[in-house]
Design a protein around this ligand. Structure first.
Ligand code: AP5
Length: 213
């Protein structure tokens, strides 16, 4: 499986990518997760990226493309990949096309998960993530058994710095102006499938599988 999951912040890209990647033994490539790992390690790249992320702005394209190139060359990606939260600009989409040609790993499908801004704000404001294993929960839709504690590893659950409502609104503006145009870009390439992201996690998962055949 070689695909992109497109969609606004909080629509459920990460939730779906994790299970799909496990089932297909494909690499789950989330540029947001890679950036957060740099932030947590305090690397120079992480320090620079945090300035953008905390404001809800996109990190510059050249930084992102360097990260993606390195990740795509790792062995697990040769078996397939699921991009989550990438590409996010026209420049990233064009650069990705060139990179995939060079690596001979052509894209098979682009799935656009769709939901209203109000729904994604509700999903993001209830999201909690494990500091240790990165498992994602929702206080209402998929709560942990014990508040604040990860079911899988017992780690502490936290709320992301960029999940406060003012920053989420800025992320949505960035999505609508810079990322949503990629829907038409990939439709023109004949790769686009759209899926209703407002359904339950399981129903979205089934709809993605149906869409990509
Ligand atoms: P990133 O980490 O990519 O964030 P995002 O795209 O804003 O997406 P999210 O992780 O917020 O949401 P998601 O769609 O994965 O939803 P999730 O599955 O967690 O990017 C963060 C920042 O990094 C960006 O703002 C930017 O600064 C930078 N960045 C990253 N990539 C970049 C790039 N390529 N270029 C430039 N900058 C970049 O679900 C959300 C919640 O809803 C969870 O609580 C979950 O449990 C719940 N949920 C999920 N599905 C359902 C469902 N079907 N029903 C009910 N609840 C559900």
């Amino acid at each position: 499986m070689r695909m992109i999951l497109l969609g606004p912040p909080g629509v459920g890209k990460g939730t779906q990518a994790v299970t799909l990647a496990q089932a297909e033994q494909a690499a789950h490539i989330s540029t947001g997760d890679i950036l957060r790992a740099h932030v947590a390690q305090g690397t120079p790249l992480g320090k620079a990226a945090k300035e953008y992320m905390d404001k809800g702005l996109l990190v510059p394209d050249d930084v992102i493309m360097g990260l993606v190139k390195d990740r795509l060359q790792q062995p697990d990606a040769q078996n397939g990949y699921i991009f989550d939260g990438f590409p996010r600009t026209a420049a990233q989409a064009v650069a990705l096309g060139q990179l995939l040609n060079e690596e001979e790993l052509p894209l098979e499908a682009v799935v656009s998960l769709e939901a209203s801004d109000e729904l994604v704000v509700e999903r993001i404001s209830g999201r909690r993530t494990c500091r240790e294993c990165k498992e994602v929960y929702h206080v209402k839709f998929s709560p942990p058994k014990v508040t604040g504690v990860c079911d899988k590893c017992g780690g502490e659950l936290y709320q992301r710095d960029d999940d406060i409502e003012t920053v989420v609104r800025k992320r949505l503006t960035e999505y609508h102006t810079k990322t949503a145009p990629l829907i038409e870009y990939y439709r023109a390439e004949g790769l686009l499938k759209t899926v209703d992201g407002t359904q339950s996690v399981q129903a979205v998962s089934q709809a993605i599988r149906k869409a990509i055949g």
